[in-house]
Design a protein around this ligand. Structure first.
Ligand code: APR
Length: 247
């Protein structure tokens, strides 16, 4: 891939009226957070059942033990990487309007992005399964599982979207509204396999948006939806894009 693919992408971003970013686990790999699929993906070492809502409702303790191992032990001290920081700078400079993310790691916010729509929730929030009271993760001592509600003693659940759970209405409505306004979508580090998140790039394309995809390998979007495919790690590709935009 020649530099001119990067220059083409930078030109598209420069001339965009309303560019949005759509991110997945791949953008956080260089922050030490494993992605879900691929060689060392989470689902190769842990059964996805622990993230199924029915399993959580039946066996909250077993689910929490695994969730702590998969997410909380990994995420608590993870820091944003240069890819998150470049997207935040692109928002500050008006090149990107918002970020729609499938990630629950809070790293876009930590990097300074303001308009972040979290399709799959955020690991830092807990919600009571009985009275829906919400807590920051700092309220819970994860050495004593499952955490319980201060108000009604109900079991607390991470405020993330489990398999077979609906996407939070606000995030879904806002994300589709953003996509309907977008004339450019920057897709970073996602297999785009999980619905309804995976519909967003297709809707953007159908609306005539230019799609720039950044990934270490082709996804099913590459030959169907993407106009430009920038092969490489998000940190490296976005560093080059940042230089071309004089961030
Ligand atoms: N830079 C860019 N892309 C990368 C990098 C990297 N350093 N490392 C991996 N990738 C790409 C992989 O090639 C893959 O396409 O990131 C993608 C990660 O795919 P998944 O692990 O499937 O993550 P994601 O697409 O975000 O999964 C969506 O599935 O399990 C659910 O709720 C979970 O939000 C998650 C959803």
């Amino acid at each position: 891939m020649s530099l001119n693919e990067f220059e083409k992408a930078a030109e598209i971003i420069r001339n965009a009226k309303y560019a949005v970013a759509f991110t997945g686990a791949g953008i956080s790999v260089d922050s030490g957070i494993p992605s879900f699929r691929g060689e060392d993906g989470v689902w190769n070492t842990h059964h996805p059942i622990y993230l199924e809502i029915e399993f959580f409702q039946k066996k909250p303790l077993q689910s929490w033990i695994k969730l702590k191992e998969i997410f909380y032990d990994n995420l608590s001290d993870a820091l944003p990487n240069i890819a998150h920081e470049i997207l935040a700078k692109m928002e500050q400079r008006g090149f990107v309007e918002s970020i729609i993310t499938q990630n629950i790691d809070n790293l876009h916010q930590k990097a300074g992005s303001k308009y972040v729509y979290e399709l799959h929730g955020n690991y830092k929030q807990l919600i009571c399964t009985e009275c829906s009271s919400e807590y920051d993760i700092s309220f819970a001592d994860l050495n004593f599982l499952p955490p319980t509600c201060y108000v009604c003693k109900g079991i607390l659940k991470p405020n993330i979207v489990f398999f077979n759970e609906p996407i939070p209405q606000f995030a879904k409505t806002r994300s589709f509204a953003e996509v309907n306004k977008a004339d450019v979508m920057l897709i970073v580090g996602t297999n785009a396999e999980v619905l309804p998140a995976a519909d967003l790039p297709v809707v953007a394309k159908e609306n005539g948006a230019k799609i720039i995809e950044i990934n270490i390998k082709k996804s099913h979007l590459t030959n169907t939806v993407s106009d430009i495919f920038l092969k490489g790690k998000a940190t490296e590709v976005l560093t080059t894009i940042g230089e071309l935009l004089y961030l």
